[in-house]
Structures are given as structure tokens and as C-alpha cells.
Design a binder for this molecule. Structure first.
Ligand SMILES: Cc1ncc(C[n+]2csc(CCOP(=O)(O)OP(=O)(O)O)c2C)c(N)n1
Ligand code: SF4
Length: 242
């Protein structure tokens, strides 16, 4: 009996991500959701600039690029022109919550009928591990070698779903993680709901996924999932926010 198979929405290509990286897990979850919902022929992904910039190499449905941070603006244009499409963005914390924060806030506030998958790995992965808005207090990064210090003007970890939940245009905001099989299943349920909301024309949905970046964190893949579980979730509690 066939127990496990690769969805047709994933190409037959190994991920280039570092061992233990969360991006590959979330790519697969999205591919499974698109296949299960039967929307492959009308799905368009808007890829970020970040480690997942080459997502088009893995998903076997339409994927377009966007300038760093502008994915939700690009997605707005596509969705408004072709409302029958299922359009989603896939963005890191540097992309969505730093350079792209204006696009993110206004897109959510307009209540665009879109699905936004937000990958929080508490750093800029692709460019070598600089501080992101989501970096934890005390976390060492390339630009906070002593650890992020709010008293030095480096600010506090930005909680994106909590922030966006205040906007009337947002219908759904949830935070999940991919540090265990149980949480991977919950992430899939949340991502499916975020797509269904769009199909049912309910408005803007965001799922923030806490995602391992062992390379920048300087941890092994096993240590990295423990760090998510024991440290990161204290700052970023899992669950439905709206
Ligand atoms: C306009 C612009 N500014 C800066 C960059 C450099 N840049 C590329 S990726 C990146 C940050 C990536 O971090 P994140 O969005 O958190 O994704 P990750 O790589 O961690 O998945 C930056 C600053 C760029 N490509 N374009
Ligand atoms: S640098 Fe981090 S986010 Fe980028 S591929 Fe490696 S583990 Fe993943």
C-alpha cells in the first residue's frame, strides 16, 4: 500500500536549503494544500527576495518574483486583475516586516483577498545573518554581535500577526511552527484555512510560521528545533490571534 508520495505540485528537485532549514518543510506543506484543494491550475505564488527566492524551482505551479518586500503589492495587482486566481505570497521576516512593512500594512488594511505565508526565522538568512525585526532580545546576529538590545535603540521583536489583527481588513491571523510533527500538521491546517478564506472571498489571511535557520543561529538542526520550542515560542506564542 502506498503510504507516502510527493505531491504533483512539487517538482522532482532536491531543495538547496541548509540541512534542518524550515523553508523546505513549509514549501512541501503549501504544495500539499494546493494539490488537496484542487487549485493547482489557478494558483500563483509571489516569491520573496531571501533564501526562498528560487521557490519557482520547487513548486510546480505558477510563481512570479517580486522586488524585496514588495510581494503583497505584486500579489494585489495580480489578484485585482484576475480575481479567479488563488494568489499567495511567501515572505521572510526581512522581506515582509522590514523593507516591506508599508506594503504589508496597507495590503492588510485594504483587506485584499489574499493569502500571506510569513516565515519568521528571527534573522536575515540569505544575506548572512543580520538582525531582523523579529530577532529576539539578546539574540546575537551579524549586526547585533553583543545581542539585540532595546536600550541601545535596536527595538523589540515585532509581532506581525498581533499587529495586523487590529486591522479590520484582516480576517485571519495565526502563528504556527514547524519544530515537530504535531506542529507541522497544525501549520498545514492553518495554511489550508488561509487558502480557503481566499477561495470563499473573505479577505486577507496571514499565517506566521516559526522556522528553523540552523546556519545563522549557529546550531545543529536538532538544537535549532529545540531553540524554537524552548526559546522562540516564549516571545512568539503559537495559536490563532484572529
Ligand atoms: C531592495 C533590496 N534591499 C536589500 C536586498 C538584500 N537582501 C536580499 S535578501 C535580504 C533579507 C532576507 O531575509 P528574510 O527576508 O528574513 O529571508 P530569509 O533569507 O531569512 O529566508 C536582503 C536584505 C535586496 N535584495 N533588495
Ligand atoms: S541560511 Fe537559514 S533560512 Fe537560509 S537556507 Fe540556510 S537555514 Fe534556511
Amino acid at each position: 500500500m502506498l503510504e507516502f508520495k510527493k505531491p504533483q505540485t512539487l517538482k522532482d528537485k532536491p531543495f538547496h536549503y541548509c540541512p534542518g532549514c524550515g523553508h523546505g518543510i513549509v514549501h512541501r506543506i503549501i504544495a500539499e494544500v494546493v494539490e488537496e484543494l484542487g487549485i493547482r491550475e489557478r494558483t500563483v505564488a509571489v516569491a520573496p527576495v531571501g533564501c526562498a527566492v528560487v521557490a519557482y524551482d520547487y513548486w510546480d505551479f505558477d510563481v512570479t518574483e517580486s522586488a524585496h518586500g514588495r510581494a503583497l503589492a505584486v500579489a494585489t495587482g495580480i489578484k485585482r486583475c484576475r480575481p479567479q486566481l488563488a494568489v499567495f505570497t511567501y515572505q521572510g521576516d526581512g522581506d515582509l516586516a522590514s523593507i516591506g512593512m508599508a506594503e504589508t500594512l496597507h495590503c492588510a488594511n485594504r483587506g485584499e483577498n489574499l493569502t500571506c505565508i510569513f516565515i519568521n526565522n528571527a534573522c536575515y538568512g540569505m544575506t548572512g545573518g543580520q538582525m531582523a525585526p523579529t530577532t529576539l532580545i539578546g539574540q546575537k546576529t551579524a549586526t547585533t554581535p553583543q545581542g539585540r538590545a532595546p536600550q541601545k535603540g535596536e527595538g523589540y521583536p515585532l509581532k506581525v500577526p498581533e499587529l495586523l489583527a487590529n486591522l479590520k481588513g484582516v480576517v485571519y491571523a495565526e502563528r504556527t511552527s514547524v519544530d515537530s510533527p504535531a506542529n507541522i500538521i497544525k501549520t498545514k491546517q492553518a495554511i489550508k484555512k488561509a487558502f480557503l478564506n481566499q477561495i470563499e472571498e473573505k479577505g486577507f489571511s496571514l499565517v506566521e510560521v516559526l522556522s528553523q535557520c540552523p546556519t545563522v543561529w549557529g546550531l545543529s538542526p536538532v538544537q535549532a528545533v529545540r531553540w524554537v520550542r524552548e526559546v522562540m515560542v516564549k516571545e512568539f506564542p503559537l495559536g490563532k490571534i484572529k
